[in-house]
Design a binder for this molecule. Structure first.
Ligand code: PMP
Length: 434
């Protein structure tokens, strides 16, 4: 009989040959609360949470360790339960869900907000539910946006990273084509070029869902780009979107909680009324798990009906919702944001003084090393000095652009930043990068 199965061994062997295999650490090397860089292949010591200096977490405000956040989760587990037991539309809706959604909407300056079981689910579910005819997507957008685009039977046009002029040109080219008579026979597979980095796909979708019956266009971008630390030019993107009547969707996963009054870049730039869909996660600065979308009453009502990752997935766990509420409250009213930005400035300054070029202008500080082996060597040399910053390699970043992605936290002391910088200096000299 022919074997119609899957040759998984061969797949893994190819990954291994190309030094791209990722593994979870062997279980006997995982400390109860420890840090082990899986990318190093099990050779490095396990560091206990108390001895390690972790400079790579998305727990930007350090709130996963905050007693008040932990107590909120405990209380919700004790009073509401450990799980919500069903989709929100069945029996899974509780007051802790409503509380976090109300607080998110207030923070994001929108009518309403809706939580999802992850940021990934929020992105794929929302983009698919909107069913745009054309999506314009930044080339460095997160994988969950790309996967959302792939779920829609539409044309996706990828524009150069943060390049408003490239976006404008692509919107104009598409608008010109729109005006031209459509040759039905020339319509190609609408997904052929979806999020592939090409802007050349051509489809003529007959779905017209905008209010005046023309195509619906969605411009989608991360606000803070997770591997580059760059920030999208949101105000300029809104200007261009308005020229062409397109909607704007912003992924604030790495920004939520960090900017003015606990908001994201949309709040920092006062764009609440110009961004139609504000998406984010509860799993980074908000110290929990889950995702959200904030927007108009109509948007949220549509998502409740049409976002399959909302409708057909169990509601957020009550402890996760309650922890996120408390963390958002602290992000808005505490001093954690201020401490984070002080640490960011200190670390950036130290890395630049050492001679590293640190691109971007957010809390994410990438040190692009280039070769993946050099990045792994630097990671290992830092680990020897109790500093944890895992190497980021392809396919997460392009070949030749492997890097260490430094991310300070609000809970780092000044002395921790000094120790991290000292370790970076020694480690870089040891592996020949300085
Ligand atoms: N968007 C961006 C920009 C992200 O970085 C991430 C997580 N890495 C997500 C969405 C997905 O969020 P979550 O981890 O909550 O699924």
């Amino acid at each position: 009989m022919e074997d119609r199965g899957f040759d998984l061994e061969a797949r893994l062997a190819t990954l291994e040959e190309n030094e791209l295999n990722r593994t979870l650490s062997p279980v006997d090397r995982v400390a109860e609360r420890g840090y082990f860089a899986q990318s190093c292949g099990g050779e490095l010591p396990v560091l206990d949470a108390d001895e390690a200096l972790v400079f790579a977490s998305n727990n930007y405000l350090g709130l996963t360790d905050d007693q008040r956040v932990q107590d909120a989760a405990r209380r919700a587990a004790a009073t509401v339960g450990t799980g919500s037991g069903a989709s929100r539309l069945v029996t899974g809706d509780t007051m802790v869900h409503r509380d976090v959604e109300r607080l998110l909407a207030e923070t994001k300056g929108t009518d309403r907000a809706l939580t999802f079981s992850s940021g990934y689910a929020a992105n794929v579910g929302t983009i698919a539910a909107l069913e745009p005819d054309v999506i314009f997507s930044d080339e460095l957008n997160h994988a969950s946006i790309i996967d959302g685009c792939r779920l829609v039977d539409c044309e996706t046009v990828v524009y150069d990273h943060r390049d408003v002029e490239d976006l404008r040109a692509k919107l104009a080219a598409r608008a010109d084509r729109d005006d031209a008579p459509v040759d039905a026979d020339s319509a190609s597979d609408p997904n052929a070029d979806a999020c592939s980095g090409s802007d050349s796909s051509a489809s003529a979708s007959s779905d017209s869902s905008s209010p005046d019956g023309t195509e619906s266009w969605l411009i989608v971008t991360d606000s803070v780009f997770s591997m580059d630390g760059t920030v999208a030019p949101l105000s300029a993107l809104c200007d261009v979107a308005e020229e062409f009547g397109a909607w704007v969707m912003v992924d604030e996963a790495h920004a939520t909680g960090l900017y003015v009054d606990g908001g994201g870049v949309v709040q920092a730039e006062g764009l609440e009324d110009r961004v139609h869909v504000q998406m984010g996660t509860l799993s980074k600065a908000l110290a929990s798990q889950g995702g959200y979308v904030a927007g108009s009453d109509a948007l949220i009502s549509c998502l409740v009906n049409d976002a399959r990752s909302f409708v057909f997935s169990t509601g957020l766990t009550p402890p996760a919702a309650a922890a996120a509420s408390e963390a958002l409250h602290l992000a808005r009213h505490g001093d954690a944001r201020e401490r984070l930005w002080e640490n960011v400035a200190h670390l950036r300054d130290g890395l630049e003084t050492m001679g590293f070029d640190v691109p971007g202008d957010s809390q994410i500080l990438p040190v692009v090393v280039g070769d993946r082996r050099d990045a792994l060597a630097l990671e290992a040399a830092l680990r020897d000095r109790n500093v944890v910053v895992p190497a980021i390699r392809p396919p997460t970043v392009p070949d030749g652009e492997s890097r260490l992605r430094f991310a300070p936290m609000a809970t780092h002391e000044q002395a921790d930043v000094v120790a991290c910088l000292e370790a970076v200096r020694e480690a870089s000299e040891e592996v020949g990068l300085l």
